[in-house]
Design a protein around this ligand. Structure first.
Ligand code: NOJ
Ligand code: CA
Length: 679
């Protein structure tokens, strides 16, 4: 039972110390529904809980720290309220899923003390969730503080078997399909983790503003408690910091519906505003690339007969992209280091020298001439030292060549998987290995972003750290993978149809996703091959809208688009930067429908996708407001089915206004896309 309720607390303002138990404090949301409670027990252990309109959502859950070189901060603690405030403001994103973001929350800080040391716990409560973080003062400890555990727990008050989670500490980082289990079956999970709880509330646990700290995974305890666990460094220390610092925000989004969850801006709101100033050089867009050919085995990264990255091939792509009015061109395999087993080439990659047959200067100039943004690729194979040694020279060169987009990659290597080789340790300089989501790598990714900003380069990071909203502070941190993406359909047993209906409610809650949708030839190895894409062709179009990314890939080969120019028209029309995004309806793991308004225009684009079940939805166009629109609908045909007939698609045009509705049938593994152009 939540203490605040056990004590019958009624809070007049958003903070109140309770009449009968001054050790229990409550901070409420602006609309008064969601509430964060904090208290300490007889042993002085600090707990928090969260309730929604009086119903517990998170039961009493522990807070505190353990250190390697200081007394733990866990028991015999006192809580005192400190500063408070309320915020209600609008701010603008330079690019994003919506231009204007509202930040509306109540804030309260608490001083937590063990008699000799003090920490600040800062709490922000929004209508759709809470965030809290710890602030360590300069005098908490002389010299370096070594954190061995953050005690933060999340005790799910209404567990259900609809807990969606991505396993942590595995060989392929975040690249797994999501498990759907009860809370007690969670082992180690990355965040965002989402529970559709037994009261039908969505509860998403994540973190915001992960800087110079290790990322938090959730360790299952075979009960309703998920224990926050900081990813360890090579020596067992999870975080090392000196001087004053703050932890990332621990976040819990709580909503009554799927659409409210998908509309939340909480993660962005808990990040610092743009630190880069004028970022007009960060350009969203749709890109194609010398890429899918490697994954389906038609091309190679390495030199040889089927080498993908040649000057001629690059020009051919640039011509196609320019002819069809798309924005960017990615080239992989352009640089030295791909020959042999590239995953083992961590120390061999050069980021400034091109392979034979690829003339970087010529391609960069040609792209500029054709008004196409060149996106260069830097695969590190996890060789961080090799990369850091070259990063500055490489980024400076790219800027000189007019290249302002970079895709980075961190595929790990060797039997030390999944630890990334990466640096020599401080004491005896031997080589050590680090997890890709521990503090060392968090700091590496940050270095890359800040250095790229210096050279006006926008980053699309593969094998990244999970997104925690830093794109607000560093708008050149545009998009990233951190997911089991389309590439898995090329060379593994692939992704199940439900996968992409889970992602908006989990991985995308952290931020944009470079999933690389838009493949038309979904049976590239034949209908019977296990390597195929488990969607209809119409769903591939829908994913361009549903899976938000400011750099959105149209992943297929030019010839497959040329063969279906009628469907390709949607990819030519759809933008990657939005004025507004409206989730219209959905349910995690089932289906989702999004409408998004193009930035700087009256045009709208809709994408709807379903899992393995066929279903109909009714699109209500009232969101367009006034005016008459020409709608082009790309939907599954009557015989469509991802498994037996993925190419059955229908294209229709019609006129719609705010009063119109449209029933659309989605096939098994299917979907639909609509473009709305104001007349
Ligand atoms: C994995 C990335 O996700 C993929 O996009 C890339 O092509 C390969 N690594 C090679 O770097
Ligand atoms: Ca990958």
């Amino acid at each position: 039972m939540i203490r605040a309720f056990a004590l019958g607390v009624v809070c007049a303002a958003f903070l109140s110390s309770c009449a009968k138990g001054p050790e229990v404090y409550t901070v409420t949301a602006p609309n008064g529904e969601l509430a964060f409670h904090i208290s300490n027990d007889e042993l002085g252990r600090v707990h928090y809980s969260v309730s929604d309109q009086g119903t517990p959502v998170i039961n009493d859950s522990r807070l505190g720290f353990a250190f390697a070189n200081a007394a733990n901060f866990a028991d015999a603690l006192y809580i005192a309220p400190a500063t408070s405030g309320s915020t209600d403001l609008l701010w603008e994103q330079p690019w994003g899923e919506r231009r204007v973001v509202r930040d509306h929350h109540n804030e309260q800080s608490f001083t937590i003390s063990d008699g000799s040391r003090e920490l600040t716990l800062r709490v922000r409560v929004f209508d759709e969730g809470v965030g809290f973080r710890f602030e360590f003062p300069d005098d908490f400890k002389d010299g370096k503080l070594l954190i061995t555990d953050e005690l933060t727990e999340f005790d799910i008050a209404n567990p259900s078997d609809r807990t969606f989670w991505n396993p942590a500490y595995n060989k392929d980082r975040y690249e797994y399909e999501y498990f759907k289990t009860d809370v007690a079956s969670v082992k180690s999970a990355h965040t965002p983790l989402t529970v559709l709880d037994s009261t039908e509330r969505y509860v998403t646990i994540h973190e915001a503003s992960l800087i110079d700290y290790s990322s938090m995974v959730l360790r299952g305890t075979q009960s309703s408690v998920l224990k926050g666990e900081l990813v360890t460094g090579y020596d067992g220390v999870r975080v090392r910091r000196s001087g004053a610092f703050t932890t990332p925000w621990r976040t819990i989004q709580v909503t009554d519906s799927a659409t409210e969850l998908l509309s939340s801006n909480l993660i962005l709101n808990l990040n610092e505003p743009n630190k880069l100033g004028d970022v007009s050089w960060v350009k969203p867009g749709i890109y194609m690339g010398i890429w899918w050919g490697m994954h389906v085995g038609e091309n190679s990264w390495a030199t040889g007969d089927i080498l993908g990255a040649t000057t001629a091939e690059a020009k051919r792509y640039i011509d196609f992209i320019s002819e069809h009015g798309l924005d960017g061109f990615l080239v992989e395999g352009w640089n030295i280091g791909w020959d042999g087993d590239w995953i083992a080439n961590a120390d061999l990659f050069s980021f400034t020298e091109a392979q034979p047959f690829f003339d970087l200067e010529t391609v960069a100039a040609y792209a500029q001439e054709k008004n196409v943004d060149l996106v260069l690729h830097n695969e590190t194979s996890g060789g961080i030292k090799n990369y850091e040694d070259q990063m500055e020279d490489a980024y400076a060169l790219y800027q000189e060549l007019g290249v302002n987009h970079l895709k980075t990659g961190y595929v790990g290597f060797s039997n030390r998987y999944p630890r990334h080789d990466v640096h020599t340790n401080e004491d005896d300089q031997h080589l050590v290995y680090e997890w890709n989501h521990g503090q060392f790598m968090v700091n590496h990714y940050q270095k890359s972003i800040e250095l790229a900003a210096k050279y006006k380069i926008g980053i699309n990071m593969h094998e990244p750290i999970k997104p925690t909203g830093l794109r607000r502070t560093y708008p050149n941190f545009m998009t990233r993978e951190g997911v089991r993406g389309q590439e898995y359909n090329a060379w593994s047993e692939g992704n199940q149809p439900a996968h992409t209906t889970i992602l908006p409610f989990t991985r995308l809650m952290g931020g944009p996703l470079d999933f690389t949708p838009g493949v038309f030839d979904v049976t590239f190895k034949g209908m019977d091959a296990s390597e195929r894409i488990r969607t209809t062709i119409a769903k591939q179009l829908a994913l361009m809208v549903v899976l938000y990314s400011p750099l959105q890939m149209a992943a297929d080969l030019p010839r497959n688009y040329a063969a279906k120019l009628d469907l390709f028209q949607f990819i030519k029309d759809v933008p990657a930067d939005w004025e507004e995004s409206l989730p219209l309806e959905g349910e995690i793991g089932e289906y989702v429908v999004y409408a998004r308004q193009e930035r700087g225009s009256n045009n709208w684009f809709i994408g709807g996708i379903t899992n393995e079940d066929a279903r109909s939805v009714t699109v209500d166009f009232s969101f367009v407001g006034g005016g008459t629109y020409t709608a082009t609908v790309y939907r599954d045909g009557p015989e469509a089915d991802w498994e037996t007939n993925p190419y059955d698609a229908v294209i229709e045009t019609m006129t719609v206004t705010a009063d119109s509705t449209l029933d659309v049938m989605m096939a098994k593994g299917g979907g639909f896309a609509i473009s709305l152009v104001k007349q």
